[in-house]
Design a protein around this ligand. Sequence first.
Ligand code: SAM
Length: 254
Amino acid sequence: MAQDQRDQPRSVARTSAVVAATERLAASCTDRLGRPLNVLDLGGGTGGVAVPLAVSGHRVTVVDPSPNALAALGERARAAGVSARVRGVQGDGDSLEAVLSGETFDLVCCHGTLEFVDDPAATLQATAAALEPGGVLSLIVSGRLAVVFAKAIAGEFAQAKAAIVDAEGRWGPHDPLPRRFDLDRLTELLTTAGFTIEQARGAGILSHLVPASRIDSAADRAALDELDDLLVSGPGREVLGTLGSALHVIARRD
Ligand SMILES: C[S@@+](CC[C@H](N)C(=O)[O-])C[C@H]1O[C@@H](n2cnc3c(N)ncnc32)[C@H](O)[C@@H]1O
């Protein structure tokens, strides 16, 4: 494997898995409703999920505070021939109600975004308000325990401890993430906001821990990804999901 591929962040390496999981979810919602979906991608960035959904026939609104990301989203949508079904709106999770002015959606994706908003509880409440009753939320957040293991294995014991005891799951003042989540906290936030959790799954347990220098080929990467999927898919192994570097929750608005 080329060095630049080895150096890719793990989140990029797993993006195709996220797109595939989101497309499966959208397909099941489409089956239920009998029509293409109206989708909101909160913090959808450059459209890595939004554009494939639009290619599948759905209408997607991306709300993101970054003008650069929205410009790249527009380019990506044009290149894929789906500009008519992709709308970029500058805004953020903390001002969702004002930005959407009452529009509602069948599916909301919030992937890698809840870590950055000012108030996750308020954002999830605004997300629930933006969903049709029975609408579905696909929520992906960074897991706290994964970073505890990664820091301990790297010999960074003080940072590992900080990530356990810090209220926001941060390993220190230089941690680039404002917060990480445990499944318990996510469950409480989602339930309070009026969601019922249908599926909660950790992803990226081992791939987050194995040093990039040990991954020599695309076959190695595929084998590691397969191990990660197997780890969380067998009976009795659900608890391992709490160690995922990403926690993926699918929840329905009550
Ligand atoms: C880690 S990226 C994730 C992008 C995309 N959802 C994905 O999974 O590839 C985080 C995104 O959240 C956006 N963001 C940052 N703060 C935000 C906020 N308060 N509300 C909504 N989006 C925000 C960033 O501009 C960026 O596009």
